[in-house]
Design a protein around this ligand. Structure first.
Ligand SMILES: NC(=O)c1ccc[n+]([C@@H]2O[C@H](COP(=O)([O-])OP(=O)(O)OC[C@H]3O[C@@H](n4cnc5c(N)ncnc54)[C@H](OP(=O)(O)O)[C@@H]3O)[C@@H](O)[C@H]2O)c1
Length: 250
């Protein structure tokens, strides 16, 4: 498949471009000053900054009828893309691990697409790792609302998770553990936590670890008094708010 990555010199665009090449696709990076008219491709992928996306759509992009668009741009509503493609538009949110085929992607399409364009979309999504398509037919939430949540929990959330893990590592280093040893211990501990969550809920797991007056109970009390839960909630909430703001002010 021939794929154009508009914004392909940026972090996400470049990573996805490399992934596409690695998977045998013919990939092209389209930068700010490159032409975006009548691209000879099967699929267009947008990874432009939210603030530049409308200009790109309205002033630059001119697609042949059969080319679908997949946009990873945070905030901009799905319906914004609809007038710019006959084949159909997809709004998606992923995390940077998608560039290694290990991401998790949530996506929604703006209409029922014909077999050829939708098969291109599926082929692209399959490269990125795991994923989930959402629609709003049986939900009170709009697809844009799902995608805002995905931005908080998946796109940005991955950075927050990495930061949390790094805080654990820093503690180990502050106790004179070798950094690579601390990294290994923490990574394995987080993998164990994910394993436990496969079969049990969070409260049961925590209760099975925290015996009364024990070491874990002591630490949990600090987490609670420092309002760490609230801090994490607020970080995710401001991410979602920022998405909605980008959507309203595009
Ligand atoms: N990074 C992530 O983990 C991630 C995850 C999910 C979604 N996203 C979304 O992906 C998009 C890109 O994020 P990023 O982190 O990759 O940002 P980035 O590194 O800043 O990349 C954006 C790229 O788009 C280029 N660009 C700007 N205007 C353009 C135009 N009119 N035509 C073609 N290219 C243009 C920029 O070029 P100049 O530098 O020359 O301006 C830059 O190379 C954002 O909308 C973000 O919400 C990112």
């Amino acid at each position: 498949m021939k794929i154009a990555f508009i914004g392909g010199y940026g972090h996400l665009g470049h990573g996805l471009y490399q992934l596409a090449k690695h998977n045998g696709h013919e990939a092209y990076k389209i930068g700010r000053s490159d032409s975006k008219s009548y691209l000879d491709v099967d699929l267009v992928v947008l990874t432009t900054p939210p603030s530049k996306t409308i200009f790109c759509l309205e002033e630059e992009l001119d697609l042949k009828d059969d080319i679908p668009i997949i946009s990873f741009v945070a905030g901009i509503p799905l319906e914004t893309y609809t007038p710019h493609t006959v084949a159909g538009a997809v709004k998606a949110m992923t995390n940077i691990a998608a560039c290694d085929g290990k991401g998790f992607t949530v996506w929604a399409k703006d209409r029922d697409m014909d077999p050829i364009p939708i098969s291109r979309v599926y082929a692209f999504m399959d490269m990125l790792g795991k994923g989930s398509e959402v629609d709003d037919s049986n939900s009170t939430k709009s697809v844009d609302s799902y995608l805002d949540d995905a931005t908080a929990l998946i796109g940005s959330g991955t950075a927050y998770a990495v930061k949390l893990i790094e805080n654990f590592v820093q503690y180990g280093v502050s106790e004179n553990l070798d950094r690579s040893m601390a990294q290994k211990w923490v990574k394995e501990s987080f993998l164990s936590a994910l394993h436990l969550l496969e079969d049990d809920d969070a409260e049961n797991i925590v209760n099975s670890i925290a015996s009364p007056n024990g070491t874990t109970a002591e630490g949990l009390e600090w987490l609670s008094s420092d309002k760490v839960d609230l801090s994490i909630h607020n970080a995710l909430a401001v991410t979602g708010d920022k998405c909605r703001e980008l959507g309203e002010n595009h």
